[in-house]
Design a protein around this ligand. Sequence first.
Ligand code: PMP
Length: 437
Amino acid sequence: MTKDTQPPTTESLLERRAKLLGPNVPTFYDQPLHLVKGKGVWVWDAQGRKYLDCYNNVPHVGHCHPRVVEAIYQQASTLNTHTRYLHETMLDYIEQLLATFEAPFASAIMTCTGSEANDIALRMAQAVTGKRGVIATDHTYHGNTTAVSQLSKNMPPLGGYGEHVRHVPAPDSYRPLGGESGTAHALAFANQVQNKIDELEASGMGFSSLIICPYFANEGFPDLPKGFLDPVQKVVKQAGGIIIADEVQPGFGRLGSHMWGHQYIGLKPDVVTLGKPIANGHPVGAVVTSTDIMQQFRSAFKYFNTFGGNPVSSAAALATLQVLQQENLMENAQVVGAYTKHGLQKLAQKYNFIGDVRGVGLFFGAEMVLDKTSKMAATEFANRVANTMREEGVLLNKLGIYYNTLKIRPPMCFSQAHADLLLQTLDRVLEKTPLHL
Ligand code: PMP
């Protein structure tokens, strides 16, 4: 706030950011939001306007949840240090986190971001296989370290991709590879991965790992049946590779029926990476794996992270996990998610430009098309819808292979009343937004 308590204008904040941070610093929406307060599923801007947050998965158990705030406050006022000193909270947290996994997951490393977690996962695969080749989808994002930014197709690395990186087409349930869905789609995906494994082995680089989000969140969360990843899992294992499941987006019960995206789809990864929702906004990530892989990693690389697993971050993560479990937020995600998706399906019957409604739990959306026959992506329209929703006080966004899928992923305390508000607002916005300008 300025001295006369007037909030700064959007223009002045954008100008300061450009001056202080440089150009091209991303913001959401044509009219960027200046948020000053959050509570539960609500956020407030500097003018005091309230918005329904249907997008943020970082404040997983609700913005500023009092138990998480209290845990951070209590630990920050007692001690904060790093893991070269012994402290119980990180161990308590890892024990409780591991209890949500199945065998053989038995150990973890805490980091500060999802990027770092994926970076470690790649090194674990390197330690186990002695090779570096990695396969990812062609519409993924796994983070911003030098190693993981190499995987991103959206922002190709300057100087080109490293020889060790190979991409396969992302699964797309609405427009499946080869035009076939079900088993044929799954086999086509596995085939693509097999080809890239062969290429890596033939090049002498060798194949170390396949890294995927088990929900393909950044790829537009295609609607894939349980078992879809069985064939790909088989080819990776046969080649002696490691499967890394990036759970930064679907993890921590967001899909409602399962705690983890890999459990939902029936994948058995070797390494799982966590981030975003893990500590309700406090910067935490983690890598979870078997004792055997952890031992190989720890022998190959000496790893220490100054801030990873510090007592305050551990307390925040522990409180978030406990709130998630004690407030039954997974069950809530399942019930409210199904209710909201049903509402979206009804809207899809009304509007010809809603081509596909997808998702599960509190992670779903609708793909916008010019018409249902051609399935041509209505990217610009989806963008206008997201912006008009923001003007109408409901925050959501768009993503997917063609950036035409509305993405809805609210805090886990989202209720049916919130869903009604979202659906009514969306109906009003779809009614008044022209498909073509
Ligand atoms: N993996 C996935 C799937 C992500 O979506 C993201 C962030 N959007 C990351 C990793 C990176 O996480 P962070 O920004 O915490 O480094």
